[in-house]
Write a protein that binds this ligand. Sequence first.
Ligand SMILES: [Zn+2]
Length: 129
Amino acid sequence: MAQRVNATDGTAKCARRPYREAYTLTDAEKKANKRAANHRQHQARRAAGPAPGKWDFGRMLCMQDARCPYCMTILDKYHVDHKLPVSRGGTNNPSNLQLTCPRCNILKGAMTHDEFLVSKKRPVARQTA
Ligand SMILES: [Zn+2]
């Protein structure tokens, strides 16, 4: 049977301390972690290459019949989506880009195109009359 330790007992405090020390970061460590994360994001964005131009958007709209590839709604507002996200090594090459409705792009997040297609988050295709 598990022994219950009183909170005012000195042994209980000592027993917990190693766990807390291992999982509690100092402010300097938190700052260093944040800085490293910013550095990784900056490197990924640089490696993705230059942003696409307005002609690329027009071409993508034509190729997609101005519809979101996930929910098939007509795109009056759109987000530029990376099929393979920049955070996972994707580039700004037009072959990696597609236009989606804002809702699908936000739901997709850092998933790849294929992961999003099989995920439960994907909205059901809307019926259009
Ligand atoms: Zn959509």
